[in-house]
Design a protein around this ligand. Structure first.
Ligand SMILES: C[S@@+](CC[C@H](N)C(=O)[O-])C[C@H]1O[C@@H](n2cnc3c(N)ncnc32)[C@H](O)[C@@H]1O
Length: 387
């Protein structure tokens, strides 16, 4: 049985749910907020998968489960077997879920053990800290010029894994910061989160998704990269034009077919265009941009407006979705002294309209929250199915 270790992103609950959805596996062991382990009879093409997963930072293949004292010998033997011809072996070590101060012991221990076997060893960990993604990529580790080892502590043992694939940070920042149309006032959906939303929808290659709040088109761009046909609309003409520019730019950059369509549309209105889609995936309108939480009365009014907007959306979506199709949507939630104020009434209304909620978490509302510490408006992620 193959075991793969997934190093999770900052929002580990979202990352975990994404892995569960993509692999549809019950052989997942969750150990800590930083990693999980997936068992698979078949080999996983980790280099291909990492480009599809927005919430996973690295994927390693487990070499061995062991006790603490055996780790140095296991790593040393692994490196010698992997690079039998090399006089000097380049490596790096990352520790997860146990104290960073132990790292020096392993780095120096492996170096010493390699020397005993007549080999030189050089580690790339700077200042005896965990390896960084740019160092792993820059040193050519993913092209066979060295090897990163992950050491992860579980309840009763340690896992030693070899890093096989890491997130392509350069490609993410290219499509995030180099796209021709950006509007900072609109609030920027990170491409990684757009990927996660698409994965939650469970659409397959070649299928069609619609983002009815497309803005600059982040969801559409990630959809196109995943081999989907994408449709985008927005109430603002300049956003639709901007999304179009971004999609054209992306299709040239990544040599993708131009399977996209965009139009101006207010979700409050009945749709004039005749479209049929496999899923709706979107970050909805999050309300007026805010520097601080407005007065209770004003916020109440805005929440009522947003609930009405989303009710209309779900009424109108019924004509474009087939039975069983999913809607993955980020709704706004507002942070008040560490607690969230949600669009409390909207869930029941959506269910009454003929949708069932698919729980993404064990939380009361079955949702997942994507936020940053300093943000007043968070994104509450939901999944629904048309019944
Ligand atoms: C949070 S932004 C989405 C940003 C987008 N995910 C992106 O990548 O740029 C919400 C978008 O909803 C649009 N919007 C607001 N009210 C709308 C409505 N009634 N119908 C359609 N779009 C609307 C806004 O113009 C804005 O572009």
């Amino acid at each position: 049985m193959n075991q793969y270790l997934f190093v999770l992103g900052r929002k580990f609950k979202i990352s975990t749910q994404e892995i569960k959805t993509v692999f549809q596996s019950n052989k997942i062991a969750e150990y800590s907020s930083s990693f999980l382990v997936l068992e698979s009879e078949k080999e996983i093409d980790t280099k291909l998968k990492i480009n599809r997963l927005g919430g996973t930072i690295k994927i390693g293949k487990v070499i061995k489960k062991c006790g603490e004292k055996e780790m140095i010998a296991i790593i040393t033997n692994f490196l010698i077997n992997k690079y039998p011809e090399n006089k000097k072996i380049k490596f790096g070590i990352n520790v997860l879920n146990f104290p960073l101060r132990n790292l020096a012991t392993y780095l120096l221990g492996v170096k010493k053990a390699l020397r005993k076997e007549g080999k030189g060893g050089r580690f790339i960990n700077k200042n005896l800290k965990n390896t960084s993604l740019p160092a792993v990529i820059g040193e050519g580790f993913l092209k066979g010029k060295g090897c990163e080892i992950i050491l992860a502590k579980t309840e009763d043992s340690y896992l030693v894994a070899e890093t096989e694939a890491v997130q392509d940070i350069d490609k993410y920042s290219l499509r995030d910061y180099q796209k021709p149309f950006r509007d900072a006032h609109m609030g920027m959906l990170p491409p990684k989160l757009a990927q996660i939303l698409i994965n939650f929808s469970e659409v397959k290659k070649g299928e069609i998704i619609w983002d009815p709040f497309c803005g600059s088109g982040t969801v559409l761009m990630e959809g196109l990269l995943q081999g989907l046909s994408v449709i985008g609309s927005d109430i603002k003409k300049e956003n639709v034009e901007g999304a179009n520019q971004n999609l054209w730019w992306l299709s040239k950059q990544f040599e993708l077919p131009q399977n996209y369509q965009t139009f101006v549309h207010d979700v409050m209105d009945k749709l004039k265009e005749k479209i049929e889609v496999n899923a709706v995936v979107c970050e909805g309108y999050l309300g007026k941009p805010k520097k601080s939480l407005p007065h209770q009365k004003i916020l109440k009014k805005e929440i009522a407006f947003l609930e009405d907007l989303y009710e209309h959306l779900f009424v109108n979506l019924k004509s474009v979705l087939k039975e069983g199709s999913s809607v993955v949507i980020c709704l706004p939630c507002f942070k008040d002294r560490g607690k969230y104020i949600f669009l409390e009434n909207v869930l029941e209304k959506i269910k009454d309209l003929g949708y069932s909620a698919v729980a993404l978490s064990e939380a009361r509302r079955g949702s997942l929250i994507y936020d940053r510490k300093d943000q007043i408006v968070g994104r509450e992620i939901f999944k629904f199915r048309k019944t």
